[in-house]
Design a binder for this molecule. Structure first.
Ligand code: HEC
Ligand code: HEC
Length: 433
């Protein structure tokens, strides 16, 4: 009672000191509204990060249930098949280990060389700790692996190698240039899912998959039956960018639903009527991939925060000393003027605001991959953070091994007549983005 009247007194004196009660309520309303927006944004980013790192969307039904990949990882000795996948083998095919998920004692043991990195049982132990980036093992009460699922982080994260090569802190959004997705899938004991869809023997499927190489994946293989893998792009620096993927399939959230359902094999809904096109996507059309409704839907409710998280991931800045600053400053001029690069790669998003698509002939390449996509064109690649993915070449299929090859290509195509100094400066600028 007494407390109440003190409260009332305080409220009254605050109101009186304001003079105008209307503006008091308005200010607080504004503040409260703003605070809520910021808090909501914070929650969305946190939730999206969790989804990006850890959510399988129920795709273990595919990777474990259909492909039985977990059996190949465990190996015969641990209740699976074949020799199993040791940590050294896993690291060699580009899988990454999250240092933060390792207990201190284990880290000490690894440093001392007391952990057998050639034993598949160690891989299972790492999976139990949830330490393998983008991969989740499902274990029964006796500790036997029952299934396995994958996450976005598998392809779109790496680690900073701060503990050892392949072991470090997570770098979300970075393309995993080391990951050999094809070789990993080819390990699966049962590839009949692929061989039925593609009408090929399992051996042929295995050969196809093993031919992809590190840092690549073919997101169209099971749509059109053609085999031409593309580079795994980063999933950062995408805010402000209209269309996504090399061939501009759609917005971030469009592609997220697409990937979760069609590429990862998650349980969810995907409505994509453009796939109902016998000529272009014979396999997708025949199998009804244009309208998938797997229940229960474990994807749709995660799309808002997942999109939010990707838009929040900024491209990391080029480290000091990784490029020549003065040359980069001169290169910026080449990029914006004689090079005509900025006409398409419009700073600071480095793609066109609006419909960011071009036919191959507009920048001097064939339309083979473009015509596997929905728009028969290529999306102007946003170039921020280019320095993080230089290992597997440039353009959708990595056809230009170095930035000099890229620059020479544009120089010829557009008859830019860049001097060798211009080219060197332009490359330093590209490295600085
Ligand atoms: C097996 C590897 C793999 C997995 C898993 C994967 N992606 Fe991708 N991602 C790719 C490849 C390859 C492309 C390029 C596809 C193309 O253009 O044909 C891509 C493209 C993208 C792009 C477009 C980037 C740009 O520059 O426009 C985004 C965004 C993206 N993925 C987000 C995700 C999210 C979110 C998930 C999880 C739901 C996910 N990916 C799972 C391999 C993968
Ligand atoms: C007509 C529009 C256009 C112009 C002009 C243009 N680009 Fe591009 N650029 C593209 C498109 C589209 C792609 C995607 C190619 C693909 O998907 O294979 C691309 C890709 C790239 C890539 C590869 C990025 C990656 O992740 O592999 C680099 C680097 C690049 N451009 C740099 C430049 C430079 C430097 C110039 C100026 C000399 C330039 N571009 C001029 C449209 C253009």
């Amino acid at each position: 009672m007494f407390g109440g009247s003190v409260g009332l007194f305080l409220l009254l004196s605050v109101l009186l000191s304001y003079g105008d009660t209307g503006s008091f309520f308005e200010d607080n309303h504004k503040k409260a509204f703003r605070a809520k927006v910021f808090l909501d944004a914070h929650d969305m980013v946190a939730e999206g990060q969790k989804t990006f790192r850890f959510d399988t969307f129920g795709d273990e039904a595919f990777w474990g249930g259909t492909l039985r990949l977990h059996e190949a990882i465990a190996g015969k000795q641990n209740g699976g098949v074949g020799p199993g996948v040791s940590p050294n083998t896993a690291l060699a095919v580009g899988l990454k280990v999250d240092k933060e998920a390792l207990p201190k004692s284990l880290k000490r043991q690894i440093k001392r060389g007391n952990v057998d990195l050639d034993d598949p049982a160690t891989t299972l132990a790492l999976l139990k700790l949830n330490a393998v980036v983008g991969v989740t093992g499902f274990f029964d009460e006796y500790g036997t692996i029952q299934s396995i699922g994958i996450q976005c982080a598998l392809c779109h994260s790496t680690v900073n190698d701060s503990f050892a090569p392949g072991i470090g802190r997570r770098l979300d959004g970075w393309a995993n240039q080391d990951l050999n997705v094809g070789t990993i899938i080819a390990l699966a004991p049962d590839l009949s899912f692929f061989s039925n869809l593609l009408n090929l023997s399992q051996d042929t499927v295995r050969t196809v998959l093993n031919g992809w190489g590190p840092g690549k994946f073919d997101a169209h293989l099971l749509l059109d039956g053609k085999n031409a893998p593309t580079l795994i792009p980063p999933a950062f620096g995408l805010a402000g960018v209209n269309l996504h993927t090399w061939t501009g399939w759609g917005s971030v959230t469009h592609w997220n639903a697409f990937v979760a359902v069609l590429e990862m094999g998650g349980q969810g809904t995907l409505y994509e009527p453009r796939l109902n096109n016998e000529e272009k996507f014979p396999i997708a059309t025949e199998n009804g991939f244009y309208n998938v409704r797997r229940k229960p839907d474990l994807v749709t409710k995660k799309l808002p925060a997942l999109q939010f998280y990707q838009l929040a991931l900024q491209a990391p800045r080029a480290p000091r000393g990784s490029f020549d600053k003065r040359a980069a400053r001169r290169g910026k001029r080449v990029f914006n003027k004689q090079g005509k690069c900025a006409g398409c790669h419009v700073p600071p998003i480095f793609t066109e605001p609006g419909w960011n698509m071009h036919r191959g002939e507009e920048f001097g390449i064939d339309n083979v991959q473009a015509e596997r996509g929905p728009e028969d064109a290529y999306r102007t690649t946003p170039l921020k953070g280019l320095w993080t993915h230089t290992k597997r070449g440039f353009f959708h299929d990595g056809r230009f091994p170095t930035l000099l090859d890229v620059v020479n290509h544009y120089d010829q195509t557009f008859q830019l007549e860049l001097s060798s100094e211009d080219k060197r400066d332009l490359i330093e600028y590209l490295k600085s983005l």
